[in-house]
Design a protein around this ligand. Sequence first.
Ligand SMILES: [Cu+2]
Length: 200
Amino acid sequence: MQTEPIKPKYEQLLRDFYTQLRAIHIDQLERKWITISLVVIGLFVGIITIDAFFHGVNPPSKVETVDSASLHLNKEFAEDNLGVQIDAKGNIIVRMVAGRYSFFPKHISVPAETPITLRWVSMDVLHGVHIPMTNMSTMIVPGYVAEITTTFPKPGEYPVLCNEYCGLGHNHMWSNISVIAKEDWKAPVKTAAKGGSSNE
Ligand SMILES: [Cu+2]
């Protein structure tokens, strides 16, 4: 049995499809709107692509789970391990717990113009965290670790706000971050940070 080569077959199919497409009558106005929508879609896809590849704006891709009900027994997120620490490689790691209705610890100091890895967990319900005038904004889903690496460009006092409604006290849920000039910042004395994935 002789079988047709696959490539010409698909070329023919494509050509037929194109001929049929050309034969469809499309109103002039409709054609304009189709073009406008395609341009808008192209624009949005372009913005997402540029942000993803050139500005590093990506959704969290690493799924890391944690038991929200026993954070106090968890080595990484136990109370005295929270806040700013420097790991063995010299990276600044911040561990924060969100719970109704605050972020713990209530106040931290970090250096400006330095990459900082923030690891957030929730001890109860869904929270969000937003630091105005920076790109620090993420959801904190119970059961998962939300990790974001960011750099604060300007020294100053920044509020840390919850942006997911979490209950009656939601509008009182906030804490502070002091961003200090790089040369004035002193690393916290205690630097017993555990590596990111060693909390299972
Ligand atoms: Cu909240």
